[in-house]
Structures are given as structure tokens and as C-alpha cells.
Design a protein around this ligand. Structure first.
Ligand code: CMC
Length: 430
């Protein structure tokens, strides 16, 4: 990292600020001493020009539509790798050797069960509780069950906590689903691979044998790879900020899940599918395009646009291909939602408003159709996103904890409230 400088002028005084260069991507102006030198903060709500951290994990070039995990392009990982291999890569920085992979898979698999008393935690919820509400609560509650892995100063405990979360997330997600439909929980079966095991925990019932469909398992595994990390997005930044105070990892990941739930972030896949259902048939598309363009209408095309991608989201391309594979496998020839999606995408990609604002389909545009075809209800979509993103959150959290220069995150503000004034008693307030 180097060493040019940038000079800014504040109230007629020149201040030299170091410029740091990354491996690829924009350099940054280091303003950490700016306040000390000038008494001024910088102002960047929404962090559009602010790098909140240095990281070696994930790289995005939004203009070119590139996404790399530890340097590897997402399409290569999705095509040739599997999800647990991606987890290893994100956590440790390199692809595993065959022996390392076997050991990692074994270690994750040994942690798939949850403490049996977690069952009672579940039954405290109403049956119609949103599964994301259950996930926020249950993942946070893991810290009450696994006291032996909450000491963040101990690398071994950090590692065990990480394994536990990656392993238990599918179990908890499947339990949330089973609870919502009134079916008994299905225990993990450790001779199945990670994703097949998850499918079984979601869709098996004790009354009959369940055979995992390998095409669906592979497709879902690929969906998990696509969602595994996305550098400093809102939920990841939430995890880092929560972790910067020294909070335990289960609590930090619960905070990330809460943030992910919002419709502008992970909740968009649920919102996108609801939108496609609302549009119903291709002839209604122009009406919805007009609503999306209308400044006075809060409606947005869900699954379109991205803060960073100003080109086709590379994950959306793979997602689109996966959608077709899944629908083919399930023999769904004419899915009206897919018809609406394909047509909507075509119209929007040619529309001046969307072209000019560089609004392209993002990963959530097609994921809902695929997950619905697999049998997941819309309320589970964001849960699946959380399951897959857990490893990214953990990798980012670990990177932060292991950074010796790490300090508590504490943004500042531009105060626009009342200046200091004296307290007035109720009787005198008129
Ligand atoms: N439909 C219609 N107009 C849009 C859309 C959309 N989906 N997205 C952005 N715009 C317009 C917006 O109105 C604004 O117009 P103007 O400049 O005239 O005011 C302009 O494009 C820029 O939008 P912005 O809100 O300033 O952009 P942002 O970077 O703050 O927001 C976003 C990014 C993803 C929140 C936004 O595009 C959006 O709300 N999209 C729909 C929700 C969605 O699909 N989210 C999933 C994101 S990908 C998965 C994930 O990372 O979680």
C-alpha cells in the first residue's frame, strides 16, 4: 500500500492527506487525521464515497459487473465449486486442498445439530411469525447456549463459533420453516452434503422417505455461493459495527440478519416475487414501468438497481441460468411469473429511464422464481439469503477482530438541532 498524498484546502489552510492504494479498484484518501488537523468532519450519508475499512475478502467492480471472492470470479466458483469450498475460501483466503476440504466439511457437519432446548425457544413463537423474526431471535440466542465460544479474544473459540454458525444456520432456517407449517422438525443427516441436508430438513416428513433431487440441490448450492459475500454492504457493515464493540459473534450475526431483512437489501427477493405476482400478466407491465418512473409514486421495480453495480449484476446472469435449469428439472414449462420477469427485464433494459440511471436486474430479480419453484414460500427467501451470507459476515467479522489496529466504530455527525438552551419548568412553558 503506498504513499502519494492529496491536498485539500480548509478555511484557506492546506492539509496534506495520505492516499492509500489497494490491489485493484479506487484508491482512498485517508482522512483519519482530518478532524485533528482542521476541526472538521467529512459528510457522506449512505457512505457513497467512503471506504469504511480495508479488506482482502471480496472485490466488486460495479461498472464492469465484476465480483471476486479472494480474487476468484464468482461465475467460476459457481460453476466449478461448491458452497462449503466457498466458505473455506472466504474464511481462510485460499481454496482448500482435497485434505483441507474433507477436514473442513467434516468439522462443519459435526456442528449441524442445535441444542435440544432450542426447540422450546421455537414453540414460544406464533405459527404465523415471520421466519426472519425467528432467525434474529434464535441466532442471537445461540450466545445463551454456547458460552464456550463467546470469548472473542480466543482464536479457538472464534473458530468454533464460526463453525457453529455456518453449520447451524440451515438447521435453524429449516426449523423456522417447519414450525410455520406445523410439521415436526427434521434432524440433520450428516452423510448428506450441506445443501442436500438443508433440503431434506425443509421438505422431508417422518411419514415417508425423502430423496434429495441432485439437480435442485446443486442449484440451491450455487444460489448459496452467489450470496456468500458482497463486501461492505449494509448488513456486513452492521456486523462489523456490532463486532467493533467486542460483542459476541452470535449477537453480531443476529444484528446482520436484522439489517438484511429490509426490502432495500435482502428482503428484495421476497418483494420482487410479490411484485411479479402483482403484475400478473405481461400486458400489465407498462403500467408498472410507468409507476416506477413516476417521481410521485414510491413504487420501485424490485430486483432492479444496485448501489454498486451500474451494469448487469454478475450474480443475476448465473441466477437466470439457474432459474431455467430448475424449472426444466421440475417440468415447469409455462411459468407465468417467469414470462412476466423475462418481458419486464426486456422492456426495462430498453427504457430510457432505466438505461440512463443504469438500473439493471440484480440477483433478487430471478432468485424468487427459482426458490418458489423449489417449494419455498416467499417468507423464507430472505432466510435463505441470511443462511448463505452468514459465512461472509463471519469472514468479515474475523478479519476485523484479527486486525491489530481495530477500534470501536464511532461515526460522527453534522448536528442541525437546537443550540444549547436552558431548561424551562412545565409551569413556565405557556
Ligand atoms: N425502480 C425505479 N427507480 C429506481 C430503482 C428501481 N428499482 N432503483 C433506483 N431508482 C432510481 C431512483 O428513484 C433514483 O432516481 P433519481 O436519481 O431520479 O432520484 C436513482 O434511480 C438512484 O437511486 P437511489 O435510490 O439513489 O440508489 P441507491 O444506490 O441509494 O439504491 C437500491 C440502490 C438497490 C436500494 C435501489 O436501486 C432499489 O431500491 N432497488 C430496488 C430494491 C432491490 O432490488 N434491492 C436489492 C439490491 S441487490 C441485493 C442486496 O444487495 O441486498
Amino acid at each position: 500500500m503506498s504513499s502519494s498524498t492529496s491536498t485539500i484546502s480548509v478555511d484557506g489552510k492546506s492539509v496534506e492527506l495520505p492516499v492509500k492504494e489497494g490491489t485493484i479498484g479506487p484508491s482512498v484518501v485517508d482522512i483519519s487525521k482530518l478532524y485533528g488537523q482542521t476541526g472538521m468532519f467529512t459528510y457522506d450519508p449512505g457512505f457513497t464515497s467512503t471506504a469504511a475499512t480495508e479488506s482482502k475478502i471480496t472485490y466488486i467492480d460495479g461498472d464492469k459487473g465484476i465480483l471476486l471472492y479472494r480474487g476468484y470470479p464468482i461465475d467460476q466458483l459457481a460453476e466449478h465449486g461448491d458452497f462449503l469450498e466457498t466458505c473455506y475460501l472466504l474464511l481462510y483466503g485460499e481454496l482448500p486442498t482435497a485434505a483441507q476440504k474433507a477436514d473442513f466439511d467434516y468439522r462443519v457437519t459435526r456442528h449441524t445439530m442445535v441444542h435440544d432446548q432450542m426447540n422450546r425457544f421455537f414453540t414460544g413463537f406464533r405459527r404465523d411469525a415471520h421466519p426472519m423474526a425467528i432467525m434474529v431471535a434464535c441466532v442471537g440466542a445461540l450466545s445463551a447456549f454456547y458460552h464456550d465460544s463467546t470469548d472473542i479474544s480466543d482464536p479457538h473459540q472464534r473458530m468454533i463459533a464460526s463453525m457453529r454458525m455456518i453449520a447451524k444456520m440451515p438447521t435453524l432456517a429449516a426449523m423456522a420453516y417447519k414450525y410455520s407449517i406445523g410439521q415436526p422438525f427434521v434432524y440433520p443427516q450428516n452423510d448428506l452434503d450441506y445443501t442436500s441436508n438443508f433440503l431434506k430438513m425443509c421438505f422431508a416428513v417422518p411419514a415417508e422417505e425423502y430423496k434429495v433431487n441432485p439437480v435442485l440441490s446443486r442449484a440451491l448450492d450455487r444460489i448459496f455461493i452467489l450470496h456468500a459475500d458482497h463486501e461492505q454492504n449494509a448488513s456486513t457493515s452492521t456486523v462489523r459495527l456490532a463486532g467493533s464493540s467486542g460483542a459476541n459473534p452470535f449477537a453480531c450475526i443476529a444484528a446482520g440478519i436484522a439489517c438484511l431483512w429490509g426490502p432495500a437489501h435482502g428482503g428484495a427477493n421476497e418483494a420482487a416475487l410479490k411484485m411479479l405476482e402483482e403484475i400478473g400478466t405481461p400486458d400489465h407491465i407498462p403500467e408498472y414501468i410507468a409507476k416506477a418512473k413516476d417521481k410521485n409514486d414510491p413504487f420501485r421495480l424490485m430486483g432492479f438497481g444496485h448501489r454498486v453495480y451500474k451494469n448487469y449484476d454478475p450474480r443475476a446472469r448465473i441466477m437466470q441460468k439457474t432459474t431455467h435449469e430448475v424449472l426444466n428439472e421440475l417440468g415447469i414449462k409455462d411459468d407465468p411469473l417467469l414470462d412476466v420477469a423475462v418481458e419486464l427485464e426486456q422492456i426495462a433494459l430498453k427504457d430510457e429511464y432505466f438505461v440512463e440511471k443504469k438500473l439493471y436486474p440484480n440477483i433478487d430479480f430471478y432468485s424468487g422464481i427459482t426458490l418458489k419453484a423449489m417449494g419455498f414460500p416467499t417468507s423464507m427467501f430472505t432466510v435463505l439469503f441470511a443462511l448463505a451470507r452468514t459465512v461472509g459476515w463471519i469472514a468479515q467479522w474475523s478479519e476485523m477482530i484479527e486486525d491489530p489496529s481495530q477500534r470501536i466504530g464511532r461515526p460522527r455527525q453534522l448536528y442541525t438541532g437546537s443550540p444549547e438552551r436552558d431548561y424551562v419548568t412545565v409551569a413556565q412553558r405557556g
